[in-house]
Design a protein around this ligand. Structure first.
Ligand code: ACO
Length: 309
């Protein structure tokens, strides 16, 4: 980059303005964005699997319609995000290959199994709740196409979070067995939800630079704390217990104290050793292979349309 382009980039970042696809940007900024947006897109696509698992077994037509709509929304989010990544000069083909070979990651949370229908509610409430905390600030990220994609995604995530909470609230008004199902599900998903925000700030290699570039607007620990503060009163209203004996209101900080997630478990899941990593990737590979004829037909049609045009 020339000195002038470098200065223009730095000034745009300092003004909290947007960098757009045709603007000059440092290579590392571009690579960091590709890494984060790709990981985010892959998470949306892989994230369809844990809940998709329950579509055929939804307990009523209404629940099935809600779940179908929600899982389709996640596919849409993946597509906006892949498009945002493509504006940085990387192809969809390459992104898909990077997911399937494990060269790029997706969120750790989607490597946990969904064992009961209460998990659909818990994923909506906790996982989409965590996603909202992480993603609302990303609407103000410094890269234009990413920030604009996040605006619509956050509106839809907010619906997802509410439908999850409403499902759990309905179950909590039901039988003792239903209440036990909700509690069991919350016990399994609480710690993995806290891990979604990434490692503690002291162990996060990318946070400082990503904050300096305005890609991230808050650190992992700040967002995790924000999530806990938002969620504890909701858990009380629902009537469930969060499985953390260290959870306590800290009047001095006007915020909750809470325990440490098991970071060894987090890194094992991130590195591929979670309960469902192999299954998630195998399923995605199968879906990709099954879709080959669609891609071939679309290409043949585009070529034919080109010839005729
Ligand atoms: N799952 C998998 N990998 C993770 C996770 C996680 N929960 N948290 C951090 N990592 C990885 C990072 O990708 C990075 O690995 P890499 O260098 O190989 O890419 C490494 O752990 C170190 O982490 P950080 O330095 O903290 O990385 P980063 O600054 O990118 O912060 C974060 C991680 C907070 C997830 C950030 O990338 C982000 O905000 N992404 C956008 C949101 C997103 O991806 N959400 C997906 C789940 S939400 C949903 O889909 C419903």
């Amino acid at each position: 980059m020339s000195d002038v382009a470098d200065r223009t980039f730095e000034e745009t970042i300092a003004r909290h303005d947007r960098i757009e696809p045709r603007d000059a940007m440092p290579d590392d900024y571009r690579h960091t964005l590709i890494r984060q947006i790709a990981q985010h897109a892959h998470s949306e696509i892989i994230g369809m699997q844990p809940e998709g698992n329950w579509i055929t077994r939804a307990p009523s037509l209404r629940r099935k319609a809600i779940l179908l709509a929600k899982v389709q929304d996640e596919a849409g989010h993946g597509l906006y995000l892949y498009s945002a990544a493509e504006t940085l000069g990387v192809s969809r083909e390459e992104l898909t290959r990077n997911l399937l070979t494990g060269a790029q990651k997706y969120s750790s949370i989607f490597n946990y199994p969904t064992l009961s229908y209460a998990d659909v509610g818990t994923i909506g409430w906790l996982v989409d709740g965590a996603a909202i905390c992480n993603q609302v600030p990303l609407c103000r990220t410094s890269y234009g196409p990413y920030g604009r994609a996040m605006i619509r995604i956050c509106k839809e995530e907010s619906f997802h979070q509410r439908q999850g909470y409403e499902l759990l609230a309905t179950m909590m008004r039901g039988t003792d067995e239903q209440r036990a199902m909700v509690q069991e599900s919350v016990d399994r998903f609480w710690w993995p939800s806290l891990m979604m925000f990434g490692p503690p700030d002291g162990d996060s290699p990318h946070t400082a630079q990503s904050m300096a570039w305005g890609i991230k607007r808050h650190t992992n620990d700040e967002l995790r704390r924000w999530f806990v503060d938002m969620t504890v009163p909701q858990a009380e209203a629902l009537g469930v217990t969060l499985p953390d004996p260290a959870l306590a209101w800290n009047a001095e900080r006007a915020s909750y104290d809470f325990g440490e997630p098991d970071w060894d478990e987090f890194w094992a899941v991130v590195k591929g050793d979670g309960p469902c990593n192999a299954q998630r990737l195998a399923h995605r590979q199968q879906a990709y292979d099954d879709g080959a004829w669609v891609r071939e037909a679309a290409l043949a049609f585009a070529e034919k349309a080109g010839d005729e045009g």
